[in-house]
Design a protein around this ligand. Structure first.
Ligand code: RAM
Length: 913
């Protein structure tokens, strides 16, 4: 038995932590089966002084155990040791450490400094200070933040490997500072610290209107260097009036527009800094993992387009920037333009960027140089290079940038198109989890749309550990929330006051719930509780006398395909049906949360409210005979999946749903709201095969349509690129928009069958469910207890299932085609058994058109025999292009069994292609 991965607040040996009661988690690895932890003991020491001994606790708890010792001090290192005992008589010890940050903005001794470059407005200021060190150094910490985004250099080298600090928060209330460890000071010499500050989100051109100065009109910096000497003395070098400021090589930098870097600029004139003010009480230490370069992609192909553009293809739509090597002549300017796609003629297509032109310029100094921008990022797969005669594509690398979350999921199947879909989902997450969850990384938006984050959160939590990422963002959400306007549509909110909107503002309840479910993190529920209840209470205040929310702006089932063309983008489902479905759903989450947090009175209150909403929902949106007033896919899906419809109505609603799908030749028509739940609703209601059919559809509209069109990320629209190769031209068309990637949750949960049975996966549910067209799946999920694996294949009349359950958890396994669930403890299990099931796709199905069926003589024989005259019907030729399911959606029930027989016969006798 081995104890591994001792983490403090989800992090490995963090520094600059401002959590007063940090929580410890560890994993257990064992060769034995049925291992559970029987006890643990935690020691925390600082400077060899014990500050906490938990005592030996007879307990299986190994996740997020809260520190309960002597009050922690700021800027102090704490060593943690955990001893773990298991039920097999083993014992192991693991060590880690954490170091606290400044704890409070008022502990910053530094002063905010800014500049006054009246006639050099676009250049990024660099604040500079030189200092002399003449003693042996024990450690150096740099605490830093800025209004704008910054990079620090110490003696010419970049400090740390992170980007876009201090990140984007609600600067009106919260601003992160970062802590860096750096021991590289020169002793007996002058050291030089420089901090360059770009406009970033604070002062840059940002938002729909592309206007500057969202939060302020001057960038500024706040830094202090803490040096601890070997002789026990300490020194602090804070920003103050002794610093100087200059403007350097970064002549222009805007997140949307790109950067201009002029390396011919020599040392410029140093000016005095100006001390400025920004409320230090808003400072908080870095709360999530930072943004880093997580991958470097080599160029894949060099293309000269019909227009003569010199283009490099990196083979993957991504978020980041390009780094390149060059030995140009002094003053030579190289321009890099970015695009997600080439148009059908093969030219660079930049319309998806809208006003965010994304152009980087670099001016060479005549030496061998490596360039990359500093304060901008782009969403791109292609670059167009200008200003270079000869292009050597090996000199160009795409740097992939995003919040460096731990990768927790993998998902592979026998179907290459589905594997590409999974890859697109993951890349969508990487491209859009850049400090905040953005809708898209390329155009003049890149905003923290709450709806997009909400629908994708469940999928996101399979692929990466998103606990800290969402913890940070939810604090901003809470800080932007008001009694009057509820929860904004984007966080951080730069759109001003707008009343909350269903499915968007519900991020307030749904995302903390996802984090709790995935990691067993109850603190997020505690911290967000007021925000969660506040959101539900806001809706209650909007309700009319009938107890329903039927007023105000709503996005409805955003971008759904079921509204007539040219109408608004909110889909055909009654917007207030959507609103009230979410009202019930959020209330359900809140009542459960209240119970978990032992707030009994609240729990009862929200129980009552929940029942009331559900009842009224049925009265208003379902007829007395069980028809949805909006018989759209999304309407039906919400009623079923959110468990809103009364039991007696469910079968009819399910029928409406399947009929609606059949009427669309087994295609979806759902938008942002219906899409994440569509396949869940089908699988949960015995229509798993139909969910599989939807997943594997390859023509528009479907998930695989974009895959077949060569997409490497998820598109904003089902038809961002039209079958003709033209682009959707509404002026809102992103090729990297993760919302529809929300199918990932169903793929992990229902296809691979990895689910939590108890919050945080302390108990696991493994329930793989086959679909035709996929004969094997292998998925892993790194839970907070360790790796869970579910792999199955159903090939050559044999089913194989392999399951891994981490130590200190238990699981229930539902094997496909077996009735009895199996209860297991930790360990790896393999099952092999016979089956008659063949998962290869049949040549004929309910999706085949009548014409395809009638091309087979046997079909004609059977139909003539059992339904004489049917094929002579005068209207028959109008049905040739309809699918069987479409024909059946309006035909009598007997025809259904007849066609099933025909299709079975055809599949048995046809030589499958
Ligand atoms: C678009 C965004 C986003 C969506 C909103 C309603 O501008 O890109 O995806 O949530 O509209």
């Amino acid at each position: 038995m081995k104890v591994t991965d001792l983490h403090v607040e989800y992090l490995k040996n963090p520094i600059g932590l401002d959590e007063k009661k940090p929580r410890f988690s560890w994993k257990i690895i064992s060769d034995e089966n049925d291992v559970v932890q029987s006890a643990y003991q935690i020691f925390v020491e600082s400077n060899n002084r014990l500050v906490w001994d938990s005592g030996k606790r007879e307990s299986g708890a190994s996740v997020l155990i809260e520190y309960d010792g002597v009050e922690l001090n700021p800027c102090t290192k704490y060593d943690v040791q955990v001893t773990v005992w298991d039920n097999k008589g083993n014992e192991d010890i693991i060590d880690a450490f954490f170091e606290t940050g400044l704890f409070s903005g008022s502990n910053f001794q530094a002063e905010w400094i800014t500049h006054d470059f009246i006639d050099d407005e676009t250049a990024c200021p660099i604040f500079v200070r030189e200092f002399y060190v003449n003693k042996e150094i024990e450690s150096v910490r740099i605490y830093a933040t800025s209004l704008g985004i910054y990079e620090i250099k110490l003696n010419g080298e970049k400090v740390g490997d992170t980007f876009f600090a201090p990140g984007w928060t609600n600067y009106h209330k919260r601003l992160q500072y970062q802590t860096y460890a750096n021991e590289e000071l020169l002793i007996g010499q002058n050291n030089k610290i420089e901090i360059a500050v770009g406009n970033g989100w604070y002062k840059g051109i940002f938002g729909f209107e592309c206007k500057p100065n969202l939060y302020g009109d001057r960038v500024a910096a706040l830094v202090e260097v803490h040096i601890s000497y070997k002789d026990g003395t300490k020194e602090v070098i804070p920003t103050d009036t002794s610093w100087k400021v200059t403007s350097g090589s970064i002549r222009y930098s805007e997140i949307y527009m790109g950067e201009t870097f002029d390396s011919t600029i020599q040392e410029m004139k140093l000016s005095d800094v100006i001390v400025t003010n920004f409320d230090k009480n808003r400072l908080v230490s870095q709360e999530s993992e930072p943004v880093r370069i997580t991958q470097r992609l080599p160029s894949k192909e060099f293309i000269i387009t019909p227009k003569g553009e010199k283009v490099i293809d990196f083979g993957q739509n991504l978020t980041g920037f390009v780094e390149f090597k060059i030995k140009g002549h002094k003053g030579q300017k190289v321009t890099i333009r970015h695009a997600e796609v080439l148009d059908k003629e093969g030219n660079l297509y930049t319309e998806t960027l809208r006003q965010a032109i994304s152009v980087d310029n670099f001016i060479c100094n005549g030496e061998e140089q490596t360039f990359r921008p500093h304060f901008t990022f782009h969403g791109f797969r292609y670059i167009c290079v200008e200003g270079l005669e000869e292009i050597n594509i090996e000199d160009f690398t795409a740097c992939v940038l995003h919040t460096q979350m731990e990768e927790t999921g993998s998902f592979k199947t026998s179907n290459p198109l589905i594997n590409q879909l999974q890859s697109n989902i993951q890349w969508g997450q990487r491209g859009n989890f850049l400090d905040i969850p953005t809708d898209c990384p390329q155009r003049d938006e890149r905003l923290g749309w709450t709806g997009d984050a909400q629908v994708f959160a469940g999928t996101a939590a399979y692929n990466y550990n998103v606990a800290l990422f969402f913890t940070k963002w939810l604090r901003d959400l809470k800080s932007e929330q008001t009694v009057e306007f509820g929860v904004p549509h984007i966080v951080p909110n730069i759109l001003g006051d707008q009343g909350g909107a269903a499915a968007w503002s519900d991020a307030a309840t749904i995302i903390p719930w996802v984090v709790y479910q995935t990691y067993g993190d109850t603190r997020i529920l505690e911290n967000q509780y007021d925000s969660m209840t506040g959101w539900v209470d806001y809706i209650s205040n909007q309700c009319g006398s009938n107890g329903l929310w039927q007023s105000g702006y709503q996005y409805g089932d955003w971008l759904a395909l079921d509204k007539e063309e040219g109408a608004d983008r909110t889909g055909a489902t009654d917007k207030y049906l959507v609103a009230n479905a979410y009202y019930a759903y959020s209330t359900d989450i809140v009542r459960k949360t209240a119970r978990i947090l032992n707030k009994v009175e609240d729990a009862n209150k929200y129980d009552e409210l929940y029942e009331k909403i559900k009842k009224t929902f049925n009265v208003e949106y379902i007829t007395a005979t069980g028809r949805m007033v909006s018989e759209t896919q999304t309407g039906c899906v919400l009623a079923l999946h959110f468990d809103l419809a009364e039991e007696k109505y469910r079968s009819r609603i399910l029928e409406s749903l399947t009929r609606n799908i059949a009427n669309h030749k087994n295609h979806l028509t759902t938008g942002f709201v219906g899409t994440p739940y569509l396949c869940h609703a089908l699988t949960e209601n015995n229509e798993h095969a139909l969910a599989g059919t939807l997943l594997l559809k390859e023509d528009y509209p479907s998930w695989l349509y974009s895959v077949k069109k060569g997409a490497t990320t998820i598109w904003e629209r089902w038809n961002s690129i039209l079958p003709s190769g033209d682009f959707e031209e509404s002026g809102m068309n992103s090729l990297n928009h993760y919302a529809y990637g929300s199918i990932g949750e169903w793929m992990y949960g229902k296809l691979a069958g990895i689910n939590q049975h108890e919050p945080g996966y302390k108990k696991i549910l493994i329930k793989p469910q086959f679909i035709k067209g996929i004969s094997s799946v292998e998925a892993t999920f790194e839970s907070v207890y360790g790796e869970i694996k579910s792999a199955w294949s159903c090939e050559n009349k044999k089913i194989n299932v392999t399951v891994t359950i981490p130590a200190n958890t238990t699981a229930v396994i539902f094997l496909p085609e077996k009735d009895e669930p199996i209860e297991v403890g930790s360990g790896s299990y393999s099952y092999e058994y016979k089956t008659e099931t063949n998962l290869e796709l049949d040549r004929f199905s309910m999706d085949s058109t009548l014409q395809e069926i009638l091309n087979e003589p046997i079909a004609i024989n059977i139909l003539n025999q059992y339904a004489p005259g049917m094929l002579n019907h005068p209207m028959i030729e109008f049905a040739y292009q309809l699918s069987v399911s479409e024909i059946l959606a309006t035909g009598p029930a007997e025809t259904e069994s007849l066609f099933k027989t025909v299709i079975d016969q055809l599949n048995q006798t046809s030589t499958a292609v």
